[in-house]
Design a protein around this ligand. Structure first.
Ligand SMILES: Cc1cc2nc3c(=O)[nH]c(=O)nc-3n(C[C@H](O)[C@H](O)[C@H](O)COP(=O)(O)OP(=O)(O)OC[C@H]3O[C@@H](n4cnc5c(N)ncnc54)[C@H](O)[C@@H]3O)c2cc1C
Length: 423
């Protein structure tokens, strides 16, 4: 019998636990360890920020869901990983031994890298967690009472640009609904070299599409931007040229701001030098397996991926839901192979298929593979994306509550693309 431990119960960890249980069967034990007792559907956080969703709509208790599938659950923060001993230590000092470890710890939000950013010690909001999104909602209500400048965007080194655009558009739509938009000048500040780069070198005509969308919504923008620091009500931004030299210093006043931070690996994982790159992301081979510790796999935002291209101001590569699902399926099948004494052969497909909601409409992006040159690169706008995102939210939360391991990505998307899953 093998004991598979899944570290992290987010967008990657929960499906990984269900899929590994379904594939390996009863003979093997699966344990999930997560810092919080509840699951949160991160993609809906922009809606929480404007009050279109409440915490109860997008979170649920993990334990009862996992119990139905006979998966153990430990609601503790992991503080130490000892890969040579195949052992984890959790916050209360207890240890957990594993035969296989799937790391799915998502990002550490690196607000500390830029003075004055973040919702805890700083002056900017975040929508990266449900707690942050609720705080962003309180700020949004204050903005309705006291309208003024809004700054949205993503700082240098960020990799998750889609949600920054989403939140800018959703806030714009919410302000229009409340008849307050005319009192709110909006600026989008981003480290991307151009609007619509998305950390992906653009997808189809994402540049033209998003620029047009921003113009239609009267949202100004500053690209190649480095946030130097933030004070209460004022953001200091250095605008750079294509060589990365500062060409203009901006002092931007704001009543409300949401800036996506750069990501790092979480502390317990980043502490493992042999496991991680210098920013604490887990190094994996094509089989989602760490090259040093071959019984450790990693999926989701916590894995190391190089930037798609060098940009004047640092940008990272996003890791999105469908891509994460494909990593999960590959990791699970390779653990299965290893248990049977076979060589790993399942590969994650590492493509981007992303729905970005704009409140009343939305944009869909497809990049296959994610790193150019690509076989498919496609971006389309329409109200159907807004509805598609709502459908995806309902589908994913239902699937996680039910304990279904069905890998949508592998089942439908790869079939449409004519790519066979490797077993
Ligand atoms: C605001 C936002 C919106 C997004 N929207 C979309 C979208 O619409 N579509 C899309 O495809 N992608 C989207 N993404 C990108 C990506 O899909 C999500 O970030 C996704 O949640 C990443 O999944 P993950 O499993 O890697 O990490 P997470 O979902 O963040 O899960 C990590 C889990 O690990 C736990 N954890 C961390 N450290 C420890 C520890 N030491 N011990 C125990 N537990 C730990 C955390 O508590 C958490 O539960 C979005 C990202 C953000 C930030």
């Amino acid at each position: 019998m093998a004991h598979v431990v899944v570290l992290g119960a987010g967008t990657g960890g929960m499906p990984a636990a269900y899929e590994v249980k379904a594939e390996l069967g009863r003979k093997h034990e699966v344990t999930v360890i997560n810092a919080a007792e509840y699951f949160q559907f991160v993609p809906s956080n922009p809606w929480v920020g404007v009050g279109w969703r409440k915490r109860k709509d997008i979170t649920f208790d993990i334990e009862p869901a996992l119990k139905k599938k006979k998966i153990n659950f430990i609601a503790q923060m992991v503080t130490k990983i000892e890969p040579d001993k195949n052992r984890l230590t959790v916050e209360n000092g207890e240890t957990v031994d594993y035969d296989y470890l799937i790391i799915a710890t998502g990002p550490k939000l690196a607000f500390h890298e830029i003075e004055g950013t973040g919702p805890i010690d700083g002056h900017t909001h975040s929508i990266c967690t449900i707690d942050h999104a609720e705080k962003a909602h309180t700020g949004f209500q204050e903005l309705l009472d006291n309208p003024g400048h809004v700054i949205m965007g993503a700082v240098q080194g960020a990799s998750c640009y889609g949600p920054a655009y989403e939140y800018a558009m959703v806030v714009d739509a919410a302000l229009r609904k409340k008849k307050r938009r005319d009192k709110v000048p909006m600026t989008f500040v981003t480290s991307e070299p151009y609007v619509g780069h998305l950390g992906l070198g653009g997808v189809g005509d994402s540049k033209g599409m998003l620029e047009s969308e921003m113009r239609n919504r009267h949202i100004n923008w500053i690209t190649n931007a480095k946030v130097a620091k933030v004070e209460a009500g004022k953001m200091f931004v250095d605008e750079c040229d294509r060589d990365g030299n500062v060409i203009k210093n901006h002092e931007l006043p704001f009543n409300y701001s949401m800036m996506l931070p750069a990501f790092k690996g979480v502390d317990a994982v980043a502490a493992m030098e042999n496991l991680c790159n210098p920013r604490g992301f887990v190094k994996v081979d094509q089989y989602q397996r760490n090259p040093t510790y071959k019984n450790i796999y990693a999926v989701g935002v916590c894995i190391a991926i190089p930037p798609v291209e060098v940009t004047p101001v640092a940008t990272g590569t996003p890791k999105t839901g469908y891509m994460i699902e494909s990593m999960v399926t590959a990791a699970v099948h390779n653990i299965e192979h290893d248990i049977k004494g076979e060589e790993p052969e399942a590969l994650g497909s590492w493509s981007t298929i992303c729905l970005a909601d704009f409140g009343d409409t939305g944009a869909a992006f497809v990049a296959i593979p994610q790193i150019p040159p690509r076989n498919v690169t496609w971006a389309k706008k329409g109200k159907w994306v807004h509805l598609g995102k709502i459908a995806f939210e309902k589908y994913f939360i239902r699937k996680m509550k039910k304990g279904s391991s069905e890998p949508l990505y592998e089942k439908y998307v790869l079939k449409i693309m004519g790519i066979k899953r490797l077993k």
